[in-house]
Design a protein around this ligand. Structure first.
Ligand SMILES: [Fe+2]
Ligand SMILES: [Fe+2]
Length: 282
């Protein structure tokens, strides 16, 4: 398998794309329109220096599953997608693991697809797809956007049980734990996992103790995708660019324990919690 894209739901994909193009330098790759049985429209964008794409989904009509998602959870991360060489084999393998993709195998003009329900995966809607013959993806280096975007580093999941979650990710996707850590004074522990055939990592965070941002997140949203972490060329330049846009990171600059970083409020991104960090200068 290979990790292909991060998908977010928004009421207006054009506005959302414009926002991320301006801030992060995302570049449109292709648009898609609603089809019978697929009541969504949107676009897929290239993330600079990252072989992972970003999908913007907009519901086509009030009965769309994306409209239901927006009504229940608001705009934000919707699913993660992996490409598999053979969808039927992938589904058979999942069934051997005791996981039944809901809705069976579906198709559109580009892909055959199957979905793992969040209740089976620890809170993530996983899309598995096999491209139909003749479908080609392309990409460009892209630009850095206003804030000096460098690359996507990892996607993080909030979970009440890190060990069980890591075991699931390993069993189903072959991910390997790289470095576990604990931050008791901020009330969480975590680990990074290597995703096979991918440069981006998967992070799992579990609450430690009774209080902290993660406890609040799990109580409010339930287990699921928590943040997306990206490297910028310079955190100070990014802060300046945000300030010019009237965007201020609510928690200020952190990073005593890790790299200098900020979190953007999901209010400023229309529902996605972004962490931005810079590599320490040598
Ligand atoms: Fe998708
Ligand atoms: Fe993170």
């Amino acid at each position: 398998m290979s990790f292909n894209h991060i998908s977010m739901a928004a009421q207006d994909w054009r506005l959302q794309r414009e926002r991320f193009e301006r801030l992060f330098g995302f570049r449109s790759l292709r648009l898609f329109t609603a089809q019978p049985g697929t009541p969504i429209e949107g676009c897929v964008s290239r993330i600079r220096n990252t072989p992972t794409e970003w999908e913007f989904l907009q519901p086509d009509g009030p009965a769309s599953f994306v409209q239901k998602f927006l009504d229940e959870r608001g705009p934000g991360l919707h699913h993660l997608a992996v490409e598999v060489p053979d969808i039927e084999e992938a589904v058979a393998e999942l069934e051997r693991l005791g996981i039944t993709p809901f809705g069976g195998i579906s198709e559109d003009t580009m892909w055959w697809m199957a979905y793992i329900h969040p209740r089976d995966s620890g809170g993530v809607l996983w899309q598995l797809y096999q491209p139909r013959p003749g479908t080609s993806m392309n990409g460009t280096q892209g630009e850095a956007g206003e804030i000096g975007f460098r690359r996507l580093d990892h996607i993080a999941l909030g979970s009440p049980d890190l060990e069980a979650q890591a075991a699931w990710q390993k069993r189903v996707f072959g991910m390997e734990v790289e470095e576990p850590w604990e931050v008791p004074d901020q009330g969480y522990k975590g680990c990074l996992m290597r995703i096979p055939n991918s440069e981006i990592k998967f992070e799992i965070l579990e609450p430690l103790g009774d209080e902290g941002f993660l406890q609040d997140f799990l109580a409010k949203r339930g287990k699921g995708l928590h943040h997306v972490s990206c490297e910028v060329e310079s955190l100070d330049l990014a802060l300046e660019a945000f300030a010019a846009d009237g965007i201020e990171p609510p928690g200020g600059v952190g990073g005593e324990r890790w790299k200098r970083n900020i979190f953007l409020s999901p209010r400023d991104t229309n529902g996605v919690l972004f962490q931005l960090f810079e590599e320490p200068s040598a």
